[in-house]
Design a protein around this ligand. Sequence first.
Ligand code: UD1
Ligand code: MG
Length: 453
Amino acid sequence: MESLSVVILAAGKGKRMYSALPKVLHPIGGQPMLARVIATARQLQPAKIVVVYGHGGEQVRATIQDVDVEWALQAEQLGTGHALKMALPHLPKNGHTLVLYGDVPLTTLATLQQLLAAANGGMSLLTDVLADASGYGRIVRNAGDIVAIVEDKDCNAEQKAIREINTGMLVLPNARLEGWLSELRNGNAQGEYYLTDVIALAVRDGIAVPGVTVAASWEAAGVNNKLQLAELERQLQLNQARALLTAGVTLADPARIDIRGQLEHSEDVSIDVGCVFEGHVKLGAGVQIGAYCVLKNVTVAAGTRIAPYSHLEEAEVGAGCQLGPYARLRPGAKLADHVHIGNFVEVKKSTIGSGSKVNHLTYIGDADIGSKVNVGAGTVTCNYDGVNKFRTTIGNGVFVGSGSMLVAPVTLEDGATIGAGSVITRTAPAEQLTVARAKQLTIPGWQRPQKKS
Ligand code: UD1
Ligand code: MG
């Protein structure tokens, strides 16, 4: 095929979002809408992608930071035809251009491929058929062939009744673009240069405009306000949930899972309701995730079970572990196989060796813990002096009694036992009991004070 360019129109103001964030940067599935459109466009392997951005859109360029995208400024929003004209200097004289919108995030690759195939070197137009077409440009056909698009505000009564609408996505031959765009006039209801007017110009010039209709309306749905954004977010999540189910993941409810990024999985993974996955999450075979867990950039190896309400971020979990309920793994937590992390346990920048257990109410920060260690309830690695952070080293087979404070830097050697309630500030030697707490004292003859009546 001749060279393909993609132009993404993204200069619209998005006033109805009532937001300081430019509309196309609002996230869908955890990613700015525009980034998603660019990612879809890239799958078509075009020679170039040009984004038309608006006045004050520096934030858009700064956020997208994509070296393979070219930027065309449309300082004033004079209409979609004018917007495409701003991209003209970036486009080769030959080949075709596919026009997409930066605020229409869910168009599928398959549909765009169909649209390009229909153009077959010439033009094509993506349409939809709606029960209520109000607000959209209407597709005017003559003996079945598309002959024009009439904008909603310019429709006569007969045209208003047309239910086939323009999605805005179309393929155009570059050789004709400059001529057609210079012929556009803004003498219409909105005083804008309509890109849609090129359809009638093409037909005048003897170029047919075959239509392709989207498989589902959400593929062409745009976002003008937060309600539409929320609706498309649900649609995207449902699409992703269906794909997971089809690929063999068990979901307690496909309507109650959110994936804001990429979820990789092996077989027999099961996920209860209300879980959120962000960034890149990888789940090994047989992993079970309980209700209301949040996992961000996490790898979980085979057979691990995560009980409800656990929160894991930038962490690595080995095979056959048990976490939660209410476990918290912070960045740099690395658990080997068969580790148990119980309720209200926080682990940060620490490694925990195989078979070790930290089951209750504990903070493990900046620590290296060996295998088969038992850390009792309420233990704290005191890693911070207000300025510096220090590491705690715990050997294999160590037993830490409940309520111990391990004041880093400190080492508990292999097989050491720490008596409950100890404040450990120096090395605890291997295979011995170390206790560091005030001796218990009983005061003979002591009497409780009595209330005077
Ligand atoms: C446009 C179409 C209409 C179609 C509808 C589908 C025209 C004239 N009309 O109407 O036929 O049914 O989309 O949603 O094309 N944009 C710019 N610069 C501008 C104006 C718009 O970049 O000067 C961008 C917007 O950011 C948006 C897209 O173009 O991504 C469409 O603009 P919008 O104002 O929503 O067009 P509609 O009037 O809805
Ligand atoms: Mg619109």
